[in-house]
Design a protein around this ligand. Structure first.
Ligand code: CMX
Length: 441
């Protein structure tokens, strides 16, 4: 589908001109001050990245190329009038900046289907790991094993001019995205269905095929995975999975290396792993209370117990958001529309009433509201995908869309190797005029 690539190049070339002009004419313009507090809290709010695919507003949530999640659900093409938009359409939007036509979206589906072949050695690499290795270990390993296929790496070795790096990166990105559902489903079937694998159906869309290969072939699961892969696709550039992919990519590591590293960041409990932790924690609570329909009072008791143990409440809080995550809202609305009276979803809804006031009363927690992970597991669980240690892999399949679209931009802009400054603690101490260094740090 050369026309998608050409359209991207035509649109994005204008951005390259703008990037070059800013760099040339305004390099010395001061845009922010950095505080010691920001250094000590993970560089929160320090403007230092360029990411065109999406922007996160603390009080409104994510916008993909200016469109909120409700707007995307209305505007992006879908297969059936009452279905969910296809993630292919969101990818097009993030890459090209325009809402695609239905034909554009179907063409990407077809393109990805033709690119989806996964070499046998990737499956062999997965199979070489013990079944006790976590699904995210298997996922990241498989992506790394696929680096043998990198067209960018071959072109680089062959001495291609740097102005063409974006082109082979685009090819790697399209191939990698196309292959991820097959890899994810392989891990799922290996771990939870005795290695009884299901071949892809090239007539299906990307997310529909994922549901099919996982063995959850119903229209309901396909609809859910389309929603799921749209809302998890991107969250601007500073989150750990996006930033890691960008950072590793900035060394001109190939897209497989960069994305494999990004997935290891997603696997952390403060990031994507929270989607499995939420379900694990709820089951722990049910067991502790010996009650699978706990009252708000019971839940409050368990939330306080968790906090007293110095643990976090998974699915709550956010580094940027200061309101309920619109991705949580979208999933809650989906549940209201399609699901009647599910025990786990009832608990998730009750948690939403109980947790924020308790977290708010702690004082130090900047955002007491739920994030995307607070809801996602209960929906998957409802539809029979109960193996929650796998949930972060699904997050990862979706996250590929945003972070890899961004990697193509990185290469087109020719963004340099990333290299922030680090200092010893005493440097900050001196800047703060804290007097004599007695600690020796
Ligand atoms: N439960 C208990 N304590 C929490 C908390 C929560 N849900 N959220 C924040 N806090 C604590 C922090 O651990 C921190 O404590 P210390 O000062 O003792 O270190 C304090 O409140 C201040 O943190 P913050 O500035 O409000 O939040 P951060 O930006 O540091 O962290 C996040 C953000 C998401 C890591 C944090 O809210 C958290 O750990 N949440 C639970 C895990 C989770 O749901 N992660 C998924 C996020 C979405 C995603 O990436 O998928």
């Amino acid at each position: 589908m050369e026309y998608i690539k050409n359209r991207f190049y035509q649109k994005a070339s204008k951005c390259v001109a703008e990037y070059n002009k800013l760099k040339k004419d305004h390099a010395d313009k001061v845009i922010a001050n950095v505080t010691i507090g920001q250094v000590m809290t993970g560089m929160k709010g320090v403007p230092s990245l360029i990411t065109d695919t999406s922007k996160l507003d603390p009080n409104e949530g994510i916008r993909f190329r200016g469109y909120s999640i409700p707007e995307l659900r209305e505007k992006l093409p879908r297969l059936n009038p009452d279905g969910e938009p296809l993630p292919e359409g969101l990818f097009y939007l993030m890459l090209i900046g325009e809402i695609p036509t239905r034909d554009d979206v179907l063409n990407i589906s077809k393109d990805w289907a033709t690119r989806s072949y996964v070499p046998q050695h990737v499956f062999d690499a997965i199979d070489a790991l013990p079944l006790t290795s976590k699904p995210m270990t298997q996922f990241s390993t498989a992506i790394l094993a696929m680096a043998t296929e990198s067209i960018f790496q071959k072109a680089y070795r062959a001495g291609v001019h740097k102005k063409y790096y974006w082109d082979t990166t685009y090819e790697d990105v399209m191939n990698l995205i196309a292959r991820l559902p097959r890899v994810a489903a392989y891990i799922y079937r290996r771990n939870f269905h005795n290695g009884d694998h299901i071949e892809p159906d090239p007539r299906l869309d990307w997310a529909g095929n994922l549901a099919h290969m996982m063995g959850h072939d119903s229209d309901e699961v396909k609809r859910l995975l389309r929603l799921y892969t749209v809302i998890h696709a991107d969250h601007e550039g500073g989150n750990v999975s996006a930033h890691t992919t960008h950072l590793v990519g900035s060394a001109l590591s190939n897209p497989y290396y960069a994305f494999s590293a990004g997935m290891l960041g997603l696997a952390g409990p403060l990031h994507g792993y929270a989607n499995q932790d939420v379900i694990h924690w709820i089951f722990e609570m049910i067991q502790y209370l010996d009650n699978d329909d706990p009252s708000k009072e019971d839940i409050a008791e368990y939330v306080k117990k968790t906090l007293a143990e110095g643990r976090v409440i998974p699915g709550y809080g956010h580094a940027v958001l200061r309101v309920t995550d619109p991705r949580f809202d979208a999933q809650q609305k989906f549940a209201e529309k399609y699901i009647k009276d599910d025990g786990l979803i009832n608990i998730v809804n009750r948690l939403y009433e109980v947790v924020p006031p308790i977290l708010g009363s702690v004082g130090k927690i900047k955002n007491p509201w739920p994030n995307v992970d607070a809801f996602s597991g209960s929906l998957l669980y409802h539809y029979g995908i109960t193996e929650y240690s796998f949930y972060t892999v699904l997050f990862g399949v979706s996250r590929a869309l945003g972070v890899l679209a961004s990697l193509v931009f990185d290469r087109l802009y020719g963004l340099p190797i990333e290299r922030p400054a680090s200092f010893q603690l005493h440097h900050y101490r001196n800047l703060a005029n804290e007097g004599e260094d007695v600690s020796g740090c």
